[in-house]
Ligand binder design. Sequence first.
Ligand code: ASP
Ligand code: MG
Length: 440
Amino acid sequence: MKVLKFGGTSVGSVENMCNVKNIINDGRKKIVVLSAMSGTTNILVSIANNIAHDMTNEAIEKINKLHETYFNTIDKLLLDESLNIDVKNYVTGIFNFLVECTYQEYSLHLENKIVAQGELLSTYMFNSYLAQEDVTSTLLPALNFMRIDNHKEPDMFYIKQDFEAVFNEAPDVDIYITQGFICLDEEGNISNLQRGGSDYTATIIGAVIKAEEVEIWTDIDGMHNNDPRYVENTKPISNISFDEAAELAYFGAKILHPQTVTPVRADNIPVRLKNTMDPEAYGTLINDDHTENGVKAIAAKDNITAIKIKSGRMLLAHGFLRKVFEIFEVYETSIDMITTSEVAISLTIDDDRNLDKILTELEKFSVVEVDKNQTIVCLVGHSIVNHHETYRLFQILQDVKIRMISYGGSRNNISLLINANDKIKTLGKLNDYLFELVTL
Ligand code: ASP
Ligand code: MG
C-alpha cells in the first residue's frame, strides 16, 4: 500500500481537488494525508497571535472572513445539496469553536487547538467531495493515533499500535483519508509536528505500515537543484539519496519538512515528490539506489545568527567546548554550523529566542560577538567533498565574503555562511558555474 500526501495548494481550490481525486482514484488501496488548504494555517497562527495580544476584534474579523471563504469554496465544490449542508454545518461548528477561543486566555495549548482546525476542515471537505463524485473513502482521525513524546518526537510504538486499531476498525475501502500535521502530545493535548509537518505525517505512517512508497504531492515538479525563487533555470533532481535529501530539507529546500525522510530511510521505503498540477512529470525519487558523485543541489537557509566566542584563557583546553555546548543545551537551542581556531570558535543557530540568555552565560567566561541576518548556503551531493568541482568554490565565490565554512562534517555537504545580502548573488554564481557548465 502507498501513502500519498497532498499539500495546501493541492487541496486549495476546486480545480486542484479534482486533480487530486483523479490521481487517487485508481482502484488501489491507499492512505491519503492532507494538509490544510493553502493559507489557512497562516491565518490560524495569526488569529492565535491576536488572541495572545488581546486583539479580540482583529481575531474575530479574521475568523468571519475565513468562514466566508470556506462557504464560497463549499458552494463551488459541493453541488449536492445534502452534502453541501452537512459540510457547512461541520465547518460552522469549527468556526464557532474558533470564536469561543477568542474569549479564552492565550496559551500554547490554545494556539495548538486553533492551528489544528485547518487539517480537520480540509479532510472533512475533501472526503465529502469524494462522496459526491461516487468515490468511496473513509476518514481516519489522526488525533486517534498520531502522537509525540516529551521530546516532541513521534512515539512510534503507540502510533503503530493505535494506527492499526483505527485502521482495522474502519470500513474496508480503497481510499483512507487522514489529517497531516496534527497529533496529540504525551499528555493527550492537541499538538502538531511543526509547520510543514504533513510530509512528516506521511512518512511516519509509511514507516508504520511498511508502505510500498510514500508520495509527497506539491505544486512543483520535484526537488530542484537550486532555489527557484531566486535563481532562473533551476532543474528538478530525478534521483537523490536519503542523506542528500535530509541535508537539503534541513538546510532550506522548502519543499520538504526537515524530518521527512527520517522514519522511512532505515527500511529504504522510497519517497517520491510529485506535482499535482503535472502528474506525468517524473518528479524526484528519494531512495538509496543511486549514488552519482558531484554537486547535486544548492539550498539556502535564512535568518541565521553567528556567534563568535573568544576566550584567551580557556579556549580549546579540554572541557571548553562542553561548557559552551551545555549552555545551548540548557536553552534548547541547536547549533547548525561550527568552526574552531586557536583563539575562537564560531557557531550558528537559527532559533534565537533564547539568544540573550545564552549570551549572558557565555559572557561569563568569554568575549562574544554576534552577527545576525546571515545565510547558510549548503551544497549537497554524494561525496562532494572529494569531487574536483568543489575545489573551484573559492574561485567562483571570490567576490563574496564567506564568514564561515564547514567542510568534511559529512561527505555529502559543504556549508558556507554568508551575509544575507549576498545570497541571491551566491546562489546565482554557484548555479552558473556548477550546473550551467560556464567556465571561469
Ligand atoms: N498546514 C500545516 C502548515 O501549513 C502543515 C502542512 O501544510 O504540512 O504548516
Ligand atoms: Mg509543505
